[in-house]
Design a protein around this ligand. Structure first.
Ligand code: NAD
Ligand code: IPM
Ligand code: MN
Length: 352
């Protein structure tokens, strides 16, 4: 089993260190671990946020564990050199089109939610976010209009095969969970969304056992805080999925808790090749202070164990250790507590 670790920028290396401790404690037989540079860190060392070596390393691995990228000092670089291109490049070069972002209330810990506990109690939603298309990857540029005004534009589009393959992933996920799928779009305004909706409806014919519904994204944002328990699986495009998943994290408790998996079609000897990362970013406001919550990172490792290494029992052990630490009141600053990054890592290790 080969995995690549990409710590990245900001709090990335701090939280990756804690995931690494957990990984080492599992002592997996025959595991080979590589580490590579991505993001602003890679730009400084190699002149590019996603150096060819990092891409090759990812390709050769069974799974990739990714910290976070993003560095305010790089925000004025040309777009193709910005740290974020590392994660966008890995997702697209590796064909990782299906982003699973689960948000589930930790039993008995509804009090962590930004919502009223009785509303938070029922949250168990899987956001299936398309990751290779949408306005993220369309033509984008700036130009000057005839009257001299500057204009920026980004081309939003989905081709039907791109929608169909993510819809299949979402329908299958719903079959394995509560049997309900809600497709989120903006079909009342966007033609991209109307095509999305048409293709999701066509795909539904293969899944008569799944109850399909549709919701506009503005309403979905509202429903997610009004009654999050109504959702089982949500499938949505790249941009809406990005936004709704950050929102879902506060419904559970904190962005420092939500893990994600980016999967494609490639199978490895042990499972599905994938890239795993917290849904949050490099948190420059707290970087270097030992304050970041490493739980989302550690839970991303659990997802890697499950999907890419076929180690379900180990994944469950890691997830239980995190849940137990939370139950025991080991809370980072993001959850109103005082535990620092390494203390949280330590607490998870003890419970493992
Ligand atoms: P962010 O997720 O980094 O931070 C948002 C807020 O949440 C900040 O106040 C931060 O301190 C807090 N936070 C995030 N993770 C935390 C953790 N584990 N523990 C405690 N608090 C945490 O989002 P942002 O501030 O909008 O973006 C910062 C940089 O990260 C930008 O450069 C952005 O492009 C990048 N980014 C990268 C990824 C990624 O690598 N996948 C994801 C999102 C944002
Ligand atoms: C995420 C991030 C990324 C995204 C950025 C850093 C490109 O916000 O993984 O949620 O928008 O997909
Ligand atoms: Mn995001």
């Amino acid at each position: 089993m080969k995995i690549a670790l990409f710590p990245g920028d900001g709090i990335g290396p701090e939280i990756m260190e804690q995931a690494r401790r957990v990984l080492d404690a599992l002592n997996l037989p025959g595991l080979v671990v590589w580490e590579g540079d991505v993001g602003g860190a890679a730009y400084r060392r190699h002149g590019h946020p996603l150096p060819e070596e990092a891409l090759q390393m990812a390709r050769a691995a069974d799974g990739v564990l990714f910290g976070a990228v993003g560095d305010p000092d790089c925000d004025n670089l040309e777009r193709h050199l910005r740290p974020e291109q590392a994660i966008l490049g890995l997702r697209s070069h590796l064909g990782l089109f299906a982003n699973l972002r689960p948000a589930t209330t930790f039993a008995g810990l509804e009090g962590m939610s930004a919502l009223k506990p009785e509303i938070a109690r029922s949250i168990d939603v899987l956001i299936v976010r398309e990751l290779n298309g949408d306005v993220y990857f369309g033509e984008k540029a700036r130009r000057q209009l005839d009257d001299g005004r500057r204009q920026g534009y980004d081309f939003m589009s989905y081709a039907e095969d791109e929608v169909r393959r993510i819809a299949h992933v979402a329908f299958r996920a719903a079959q394995g969970r509560g049997g309900k799928l809600c497709s989120v779009d903006k079909a009342n305004v966007l033609e991209t969304s109307q095509l999305w909706r048409d293709v999701v409806v066509e795909t539904a014919a293969d899944y008569p056992d799944v109850e399909l519904s549709h919701m506009y994204v503005d309403n979905a944002a509202m429903q997610l805080v009004k009654d999050p328990g109504q959702f089982d699986v949500i499938v949505t495009g790249n941009l809406f999925g990005d936004i709704l998943s950050d929102q879902a994290s506060m419904c559970v408790g904190s962005i420092g808790l939500l893990a994600s998996a980016a999967l494609g079609e490639r199978q490895t000897e042990f499972g599905t090749f994938g890239l795993y990362e917290p849904i949050h970013g490099s948190a420059p406001d707290i970087a270097g202070e030992g304050k970041a919550n490493p739980m989302a990172m550690i839970l991303s490792l659990a997802m890697l164990l499950r999907h890419s290494l076929g180690r379900e029992a180990d994944a469950l052990r890691v997830e239980s250790a995190v849940a137990k630490a939370l139950e025991d009141g080991v809370l980072g600053g993001d959850l109103g507590g005082t535990a620092g990054t390494s203390a949280i890592g330590e607490a998870v290790l003890e419970r493992l």
